[in-house]
Design a protein around this ligand. Structure first.
Ligand code: ADP
Length: 481
């Protein structure tokens, strides 16, 4: 809109995408999109409310009437075309992405759903009765409401919408208010790929309207299910709102990942994994290592090596390829991270590195920070930090490590490094999480099932299991044969 970025990037849109058309909010209101690395306005998009959402739901519902009867192969062809135009425009998408939420340029946009669409199978049951035959088939649930966060603005949408559309559902996406431009760019590419109107709809709204939009998506009888990624607080609210209509619900909520390093681990590999897991996207992923639990025999060595590697992280704007640590998403997040660090320091934690905002770069950058001597009275011990702060806790035995690791209501990812095969099997089974990295710090991929247990969520995304959130099983009994 105002910046040079827009005129050069055809995928930057200033309208929402409903029923195959680019539309404004009925109220005519818009809101600004800000680049956190520079603080500048990079676009304006419609600030839509429940009335606008209703229109999008109706469009998706109308479209479902025919879309549900397309063959899996037809849907796979559409998805493949969409994927191809996404790949063709990946540089432009990355630029839009970085103008809004800086992260390393290698942000993945993998999407296996063109293939998975064709592998939705049913079952034939061995009938217990000679005159009956029994089948199980899978059918699309209907309109899916997809509410996504800002931290992976492309992948969060494609892995939900890819699964929903592959299954035969239509969808209404409500992207995070911080990152509507990437969502609209994806919609532009859906249009380019020829997706029929109403199959993929995007409504944008500022934070002020998020609650009413979310409520309608949960409560409208025309919506069959919700898939949400975001905070645990909002996830719980959506769970309640979905109860009235007994809606299908998939939730990917917060994590509090333990990252355990045992005495017998390869320390250099553990440090590399720690850096990847902790500092990717500036610590702002729900699978980021949140607590480093390090056995006493190697504690000092690990902390020293981690500190050395952290010193080599380069802070700055993600459009610069050499940058490995970008800004936090917004000012409240910077303040929250600083609050967690100051709380620990005040209560006696040892600060090895960082510990303050990097003001010379702007007020959304925070220095890579390393803390030890922490205890359970400190916020950093229990809260999901979502920032570039590594907290190292010393433990003596495997039992103690597991008890600290599992002492949380979250259960998304967990990581550990060990050279002992028996220990690897024991710990992998006993960590109370949905995903485990064993001698590995980066585990997310479209091919694997992503999701948590406990308050980290319900359901799985990615792999063929991701499709199951958007299908229901129908039992058919053929009688009097
Ligand atoms: P984050 O901390 O990552 O911003 P949120 O859970 O607050 O996580 O936001 C994730 C998504 O949920 C965003 O798209 C946001 O607009 C949306 N959201 C926020 N509040 C509500 C709500 N009350 N109902 C539905 N969606 C909401």
């Amino acid at each position: 809109i105002h910046s040079a970025v827009d005129s050069q990037l055809p995928l930057v849109r200033d309208k929402a995408f409903v029923n195959g058309a680019w539309i404004s909010a009925r109220s005519g209101k818009t809101f600004d999109v800000i680049n956190p690395a520079t603080g500048t306005v990079v676009g304006q998009v419609p600030d839509m409310d429940a009335d606008d959402t209703k229109k999008a739901i109706e469009a998706a519902s109308e479209s479902f009437k025919t879309w549900q009867y397309t063959t899996a192969k037809e849907r796979s062809v559409y998805l493949r075309r969409w994927y191809e135009v996404l790949v063709k425009h990946q540089d432009e998408l990355a630029t839009i992405h970085h103008c809004r939420s800086r992260k390393a340029k290698n942000t993945s946009n993998g999407n296996g759903f063109p293939e998975e669409a064709r592998r939705t199978y049913g079952e034939v049951i061995s009938s217990p009765t000679a005159t009956k035959e029994m089948l199980l088939i899978k059918q699309p649930i209907g309109v899916a409401g997809l509410i996504t966060p800002w931290n992976f603005p492309i992948a969060m949408i494609t892995r939900k919408a890819g699964a929903a559309i592959a299954a035969g559902c239509t969808c209404v996406v409500k992207p995070a208010e911080d990152t509507p431009l990437t969502a609209l760019a994806i919609a532009k590419l859906a249009e380019e790929a020829g997706l029929p109107k109403g199959v993929f709809n995007v409504i944008t709204s500022d934070r002020g309207h998020a609650a009413e939009v979310g409520k309608l998506l949960c409560e409208s009888p025309l919506v069959a299910g919700i898939s949400f990624t975001g905070s645990t607080v909002v996830g719980k609210l959506l769970y309640k709102q979905c109860s009235e209509g007994v809606k299908r619900l998939a939730l990917e909520l917060g994590g509090n990942a333990p990252f355990i390093v045992f005495d017998g681990a390869d320390i250099d590999k553990a440090v590399m994994g720690a850096i990847a897991s902790k500092f990717r996207n500036c610590g702002q992923t729900c699978v980021s290592a949140n607590r480093f639990l390090v056995q006493d025999g190697i504690f000092d060595c690990f902390v020293e090596k981690l500190s050395d590697k952290m010193k080599s992280l380069k802070m700055g704007n993600g459009l610069d390829d050499s940058v490995t640590l970008g800004p936090l998403i917004n000012k409240p997040q910077t303040q929250k991270v600083d609050g967690i660090v100051q709380d620990a320091v005040k209560k006696g934690a040892k600060l090895h590195l960082g510990g303050k905002p990097a003001m010379s770069l702007g007020d959304m950058f925070y220095e890579a920070t390393l803390l030890t001597d922490v205890n359970d009275s400190m916020r950093c011990y229990r809260e999901e930090i979502f920032g570039p702060v590594a907290v190292c806790i010393k433990f003596k035995t495997e039992e103690e490590a597991l008890s600290i690791a599992n002492d949380t209501r979250s259960g998304l990812a967990g990581y550990f490094y060990s050279g002992d095969i028996s220990q690897i099997w024991r710990v992998a089974k006993r960590l109370a999480v949905g995903m485990v990295g064993i001698n590995e710090g980066i585990i997310s991929t479209a091919e694997a099932a992503f999701g948590g247990i406990k308050e980290s969520g319900i359901g799985r995304e990615g792999s063929h299991h991701g499709l199951e959130e958007f299908t229901y099983m129908k039992y058919m009994c053929f009688g009097n044969l």
